[in-house]
Structures are given as C-alpha cells and as structure tokens.
Design a binder for this molecule. Structure first.
Ligand code: SF4
Length: 116
C-alpha cells in the first residue's frame, strides 16, 4: 500500500490529509475535518481537477476577472491559460457572462465581475 500526503483545498482550513492507496485508488483518508476532504482526496489522487481563475483584457482596455464555471483536469490548466492569454472581450460584461464557450470540454470561461 502507498500513502500520499495532500493539503485539502476545499476551504481555508487546509486540512493535512493522508491518503492510503491500493491499486491506484484511495482506500482510506485520514486528517479530514469534514466529508468534503475525503471526497477531495479520493478525486485528487485519481484525476485532479482545478477551477481556473484569471483575467481577460476587454477591447476597451479594462481587465475582466474570469473563471471556469467548473473544474478542468489539472493537466489541461496550461492549455486553458494559453486560450485565456490571447482572448479579448467586448463590454459591457455582467457577472456570469460567458467569455469563452467550451474552453475545455463542456467547461465555459465566465466573468466574475461587471465591466464599467
Ligand atoms: S477537510 Fe473539510 S474542513 Fe478540512 S480543509 Fe477540507 S473542506 Fe475544509
């Protein structure tokens, strides 16, 4: 059996987790204060995912804060960032507007702020 140490990123408490693995899956999780940590650890050791947050330059020069509306595979984060770097958008923008549809699979890039 293999053990991995992780820090739960589901909330600011940042619990230190110890995951016991067998045949590539988590069979035990210790150190989690709540059930979300167990769920996070089980997913993280098999197929880690992240919500990507960044900014997109609007054509009027302002910066629009954005994020993916669902987590994307951690291995896709750099590809997503490359698409964000070259993206621009028209204003006005409202929170929740889609800036890039299907930026990764069925995940969209959405605005997390209102433009001027
Ligand atoms: S295990 Fe629960 S309390 Fe601990 S960091 Fe994760 S979400 Fe927060």
């Amino acid at each position: 059996m293999e053990q991995r140490e992780l820090t739960c990123i589901e909330c600011p408490r940042g619990c230190s987790l110890v995951v016991t693995m067998e045949n590539g899956v988590a069979v035990d999780v210790k150190g989690n204060f709540c059930p979300r940590g167990k769920k996070y650890a089980e997913k993280e050791v098999v197929s880690p995912e992240r919500v990507v947050t960044s900014t997109v330059r609007a054509k009027n020069g302002s910066m629009i804060s954005v994020k993916t509306n669902k987590p994307v595979k951690k291995s896709h984060v750099f590809d997503v960032m490359d698409k964000i770097k070259v993206a621009t958008c028209e204003t006005p923008i409202k929170i929740g507007d889609i800036i890039i549809k299907n930026i990764d699979g069925d995940a969209d890039l959405v605005a997390t702020c209102n433009s001027d």
